[in-house]
Design a protein around this ligand. Sequence first.
Ligand code: RTP
Ligand code: MG
Length: 148
Amino acid sequence: MERTYLMVKPDGVQRNLIGEIVSRFEKKGFQLVGAKLMQVSKDQAETHYAEHKERPFFGELVDFITSSPVFAMVWEGENVIATARQMMGATNPKDSAPGTIRGEYAATVGKNIIHGSDSPASAEREIGIFFNQNELVEYSKLIKEWVY
Ligand code: RTP
Ligand code: MG
């Protein structure tokens, strides 16, 4: 089953949106396999956002993601990577559709509430940056039979 790395960013934690965001993925039918409230280190932030190293906003991005705790999560399910990205909405909240997380709760691209891996390779890499293998649990839920 596919896995993705989702993270409620500091703005989402500060604005008390953890429960709302977790609830959306639970209700959709995905399964939580790991989660923790954590302070991201500068090293983790720079590794996580390495693809944006040359962009003018890289410094701001690292400062922002390390400014206050995040809620890091690993979710599992069929097509969870692409579906989570749809549920999150477009990166810039001016383009994100109503009903999506960013469409409902974010007003600016710099504070867009949530991160989600954009491919299987990113998911594997990002899960490795934020979680140890022993923090992820494998378990069955009977509800899966009612989803798939
Ligand atoms: P994320 O990685 O956070 O899930 O978002 P994404 O894939 O939708 O967007 P990405 O292109 O990977 O950009 C990463 C984050 O950088 C911030 N950003 N700021 N100031 C700007 O022009 C700008 N552009 C992007 C956003 O917070 C974006 O989520
Ligand atoms: Mg991205």
